[in-house]
Structures are given as C-alpha cells and as structure tokens.
Design a protein around this ligand. Structure first.
Ligand code: GRF
Length: 203
C-alpha cells in the first residue's frame, strides 16, 4: 500500500508508522511526508527515516486550494493510495477531500463524536468523563467528522492531568494507527464500501 503521511508537529505517530514499515509489521511504503511547518520536529524524524518530504508554508500561497493542488499533484505523481493524517493541524478543502474521499484517514485523541477539535484531551478531563480514548476515522470536510474505522478506550484516573493522560494516549495511538493501516492494506477494513458513498455535505 502506497501511503503519504501529513503531520505538523512532533511526528511521533509518523515515527510509529515508519517503524512498523521497517519491522515489516506494516505492508506499506511511505511515499511522502507532507508538512506545513518546516520547523516542526517531524522534519528531523523524517530525515532520519529517509522518507521524501514536501514542506510548505501556507502563507506563501494565495489560498488553501492553491497549496492543496500542489500537494495533490505530488500524491498523484507518487501513486499514493492512502493519505494518513497524523497531527496535521489544517482543515482540508474539497481539493484533497474529494480527490481522496474514502482514502484519507485521521487519528484523534478522544472517543469521537465526543470532543472533536484541538483540545480533546483537556475537554475530556474538564467534562469529567471516566473513559476516553482514541479514534481513527475517514476524513470528510468537517472537523474530526467522517465514518469511524476503529477506536480504543482508556480509563481516566482521578489524578490525571492533561499531561499524564496524554502520556497514556500516545502509546495507544502508536499501536492502533499502524494496525489500522495494515488492516486496510490486508483488506480487513474495506474502504471500497465508502468510496461511492460520499455525502453531499459531509457527514
Ligand atoms: C495525536 O495525539 C493525534 O491524535 C492528533 O495529533 C497528535 C499528533 O501527535 N491528531 P504526533 O505529532 O504524532 O506526536
């Protein structure tokens, strides 16, 4: 399976995926890493992994569609079959959402549809839920919306802070995300059933 990973930050999920590929637990090749913040830590990690990088600064473009068209060209040139968002901090436009409908996934640190958006871990704590978790879902035009493919749950402890909870969430992500990609590669998760069902205005 030819994949591209999009990341804006630390890139620990990128690294977990790259390690799974290297260890042959994941039957995929990372064709490209797309990053909108050239100073992000993921850029160091990607150099070590020897994966080609597309770095850009959104402010160098007139609008989001312009940089997405450039990304799309590269994804097509490299024959990318699945786009994997791993801490990519930008909402996508229809340029990429439509081109990769049913072939683009994201990971989010809550049990969606609870707590979409930027501060999922903090919001779960503030809300006082006793169980939270992580979700892998298909990407539509909304914020952390789209059909859910896999979830893992995690108990919140009375003394948890955003930091301690985050520290337990990350390893869960690193385990689940490569597994889900492998399930897609092996056909255990069948994305075909979603490709013809794009709703007009997202889900
Ligand atoms: C993860 O917690 C993921 O759920 C969210 O962004 C974070 C990315 O972390 N979408 P990293 O950059 O992979 O370390």
């Amino acid at each position: 399976l030819r994949i591209a990973v999009f990341a804006s930050g630390s890139g620990s999920n990128f690294e977990a995926i790259a390690e799974a590929v290297k260890a042959e637990r994941l039957d995929a090749s990372i064709e490209l890493l797309v990053c909108d913040r050239p100073e992000a830590k993921v850029v160091e990690r990607v150099r070590e992994a020897g994966v080609p990088v597309h770095l850009f600064r959104p402010k160098d473009y007139p609008d989001r569609e312009a940089y997405e068209r450039e990304i799309l060209e590269q994804l097509r040139a490299k024959g990318v079959e699945l786009v994997v968002l791993a801490g990519y901090m930008r909402i996508l436009t229809n340029v990429l959402v439509d081109a990769f409908w049913g072939r683009m996934i994201n990971i989010h640190p809550s049990l969606l549809p609870s707590f979409p958006g930027l501060h999922a871990v903090r919001q779960a704590l503030e809300h006082g839920v006793k169980v939270t978790g992580i979700t892998v879902h298909l990407v539509d035009g909304g914020l952390d919306s789209g059909p859910i493919l896999a979830q893992r749950a995690l108990d919140i402890r009375p003394k948890d802070t955003e930091e301690t909870l985050g520290e337990r969430i990350h390893p869960l992500e690193h385990e689940l995300y490569p597994q889900v990609i492998q399930d897609i590669a092996a056909g255990r998760i069948d994305l075909e059933r979603y490709t013809n069902t794009k709703p007009k205005d997202g889900i």
